[in-house]
Design a binder for this molecule. Structure first.
Ligand code: G3P
Ligand code: CA
Length: 365
């Protein structure tokens, strides 16, 4: 990208001082606009592993994002999928348990798995020998990474499939308390990311209304974000034709045609979120060039206005390209979940001084 193009990428509406989200973010101590490293710097390293989180931290992301589940022996871990087939070598280690859910495995069993080699096979252009044999992390190990660098990012924690882990919200509260994340933490050095020191050091996120209620009950002072989706069990859709029955070949095209049933339905969700303590929403978003993260467009201007009018911040997921950062920012986004923290930091005019390669090597990868 030329210098001129790079300067233009930081569009005026993105950084306008009168942006409605900016004041909301300041009120609750959340950085604006926010760079949320989705599963860590997961474009460049295997998701939710040490190199992914260490890289996101060192690049300068505001938040390390993670999905929380619980092992059979009660340990909170960071893992997105509810089964292990996509991101581990379970087929070799426990071939008869490939489809078993996470809560049937102990931490010791999960630690036997290689959570890095799948990435090398899926992304040979970004593969590294050092990714072979990476481990699934406990939430405490993610906290250790967040603490270990000069930058002090916050944690953006999702309760994943919480109905499968009764009491996970209370477990999370206990662990955050034990590790000092519910009180003020030491400040970072001047010029470094200092989110962990601020009231917005933790953001709790969930797709599930009952989980939001439990999080609000156990940690009323911590900002919360309700994640949004259109379809079964979530916001009612205008059409109930499934992808399978739609005859459409690619999912991004199908999702792009999915609409919330009505403005009243969207408004009811915003009102519910506000009434139950949410400080923001995490909407799905549609992307110009499609792809497997391109879903229904829940960042329409009337939607962002409705959210901002109710005092809710807007952090769309999961956005990696400048063209989408630019468009969705214009419509009111207050930051993004991104797999490509380096890209988003550059877009916001705060690029990392060091390259991805340098930072990975510095951390031993
Ligand atoms: O948590 C925001 C975004 O991560 C939601 O999607 O499926 O990647 O957890 P998912
Ligand atoms: Ca997530």
């Amino acid at each position: 990208m030329t210098l001129l193009a790079s300067a233009l990428a930081v569009s005026q509406p993105t950084l306008a001082s009168d942006h409605p989200g900016k004041a909301l973010a300041a009120k609750i101590g959340v950085p604006w606009p926010a760079v949320i490293a989705h599963r860590g710097a997961s474009y460049d390293a295997p998701e939710e592993t040490i190199p992914a989180y260490a890289l996101a931290r060192d690049l300068g992301a505001d938040y390390l994002e993670m999905d929380i589940q619980r092992t059979k022996d009660g340990v909170l871990i960071a893992l997105h999928d509810n089964t292990l087939g996509r991101t581990t070598n379970i087929a070799q280690v426990f071939p008869d348990r490939i489809k078993d859910p996470i809560n049937t495995f102990t931490l010791a069993e999960l630690k036997q798995l290689d959570a890095g080699s799948w990435f090398n096979a899926a992304h040979p252009d970004r593969a590294r020998n050092s990714y072979v044999g990476l481990k699934i992390l406990s939430l405490e190990e993610v906290m250790d990474v967040a603490d270990a660098g000069e930058n002090k990012p916050g944690l953006y924690v999702e309760t994943k499939v919480p109905a499968q882990f009764p009491g996970v919200e209370a477990d999370l509260q206990k662990l955050l308390e034990k590790r000092g994340w519910l009180a003020q933490r030491p400040a970072a050095a001047k010029g470094k990311v200092n989110v962990a020191h601020t009231p917005g050091r933790i953001i709790l996120q969930t797709f599930e209304k009952p989980s939001l209620e439990l999080l609000q009950k156990s940690m009323p002072q911590v900002p919360k974000v309700l994640l949004l989706w259109v379809g079964d069990g979530y916001m009612e859709a205008a059409s109930t034709v499934s992808f399978k029955d739609s005859g459409i070949k690619d999912e991004a095209t199908y999702y792009a045609g999915q609409e919330v049933k009505s403005k009243a339905e969207f408004q009811a969700w915003m009102d519910w979120a506000k009434a139950h303590g949410a400080k923001g929403i995490g909407p799905a978003s549609a992307h110009k060039n499609g792809g497997d993260q391109s879903y229904m467009d829940m960042v329409k201007p009337w939607m962002t206005q409705m959210a901002h009018d109710r005092g809710l911040l807007i952090h769309p997921y999961t956005v990696d390209d400048d063209v989408d950062y630019k468009e969705l920012s214009k419509r009111g986004a207050d930051g993004f979940f991104t797999n490509r923290a380096a890209n988003l930091l550059k877009f916001y005019g705060r690029p990392s001084h060091d390259s991805i390669d340098v930072l990975l090597r510095r951390n031993g990868y």
